[in-house]
Design a protein around this ligand. Structure first.
Ligand code: PAF
Length: 283
């Protein structure tokens, strides 16, 4: 695996590969890699001749300074995992490479995506995500961008940013990878104590419970039950929401746009999110 630290170097390297008609897959990350990230590397390798991963803990997307400070840095094991997975290139930039002095900040018109769910609880977060992903995509010119469904709203936001900025890249959203007991893999899981880790399964269990009840119970009932299940395990619930697959409010009678359940809750300042499609959209 070749490691690049300078934006110009990886950009120029990729330019020669594009001239040779190689197809490039890109997996952006903030490090602290787990099997969820590695599944994206495998997906990219199966479809492209070159796979690029980036590791950059982006300060502009953290609205909570404590979360940024505590974000796990495990660069050596990240590199080992990427090498083992057969990743071709790693971009490991400094903050100055991503945000040089002449960097021009723009405002992305994200509409309702910015004010609901994560947007409501993490003001400015999605502007920071768009800022870094656009910058990364300008440096790492790729054919396909790979993201995980665990960050459902982030996927929708990046899809919108790609269209707003007329970027020529295909977005592939890959399924959430879970631990054996169902907990969605996340870099934040490693901050949980043993007991918190055990209790965190409640997030997955409540999603499964909602899925089993969606056809026979009211939306209000299943949301109330999920809130109760999660709080009983000591988690503070930010939201349990049911929306359609484009994150619009549900219509009362017509579920042809599908139903997704999304949950965010925290314990001891460790915030976990997860989601599940309860009803698939009608194609
Ligand atoms: O999902 C993440 O790890 C980050 O939000 C991303 C997409 C790498 C941007 O910093």
């Amino acid at each position: 695996m070749i490691i690049f630290k300078k934006a110009a170097d990886i950009h120029n390297f990729l330019a020669t590969k594009i001239k040779e008609n190689q197809s490039i897959g890109f997996v952006p990350t903030m490090g602290a890699l787990h099997e969820g990230h590695i599944s994206l590397i495998y997906k990219s390798k199966a479809a492209n001749s070159l796979t690029v991963c980036s590791i950059f803990v982006n300060p502009t997307q953290f609205n909570n300074p404590l979360d940024f400070e505590k974000y796990p840095i495990t660069i050596e094991s990240d590199i080992a995992m990427l090498e083992e997975a057969g990743c071709d290139l790693l971009f490991l930039p400094s903050t100055d490479e991503i945000y040089p002095k002449d960097f021009i900040k723009i405002n992305y018109e994200l509409g309702h995506l910015e004010t609901i769910l994560e947007g409501k609880y993490r003001p400015g977060h999605f502007q920071g995500v768009c800022m870094v992903v656009e910058r990364l995509l300008r440096i790492i010119t790729c054919n396909i961008l790979y993201l995980g469904q665990k960050d459902y709203q982030q996927c929708m936001v990046i899809e919108k940013m790609i269209s707003l900025r007329n970027m020529n890249v295909q977005l592939v959203i890959a399924p959430t990878i879970r631990e054996v007991d169902g907990l969605a893999m996340s870099s934040r899981n490693r901050r949980l104590s043993k007991e918190e880790r055990q209790n965190a399964i409640v997030i997955f269990n409540s999603l499964m419970n909602m899925k089993s009840k969606i056809t026979n119970n009211s939306i209000e009932e299943i949301i109330t039950e999920a809130n109760k299940m999660i709080s009983e395990k000591g988690f503070e619930v930010d939201y349990v929401e049911l929306v359609d697959c484009q994150l619009n409010p549900l219509e009362k009678t017509n579920h042809k746009n599908g139903i997704v359940a999304l949950i965010a809750s925290s314990i001891n300042n460790i915030r976990l999110i997860d989601n599940m499609t309860l009803i698939n959209p009608v194609k």
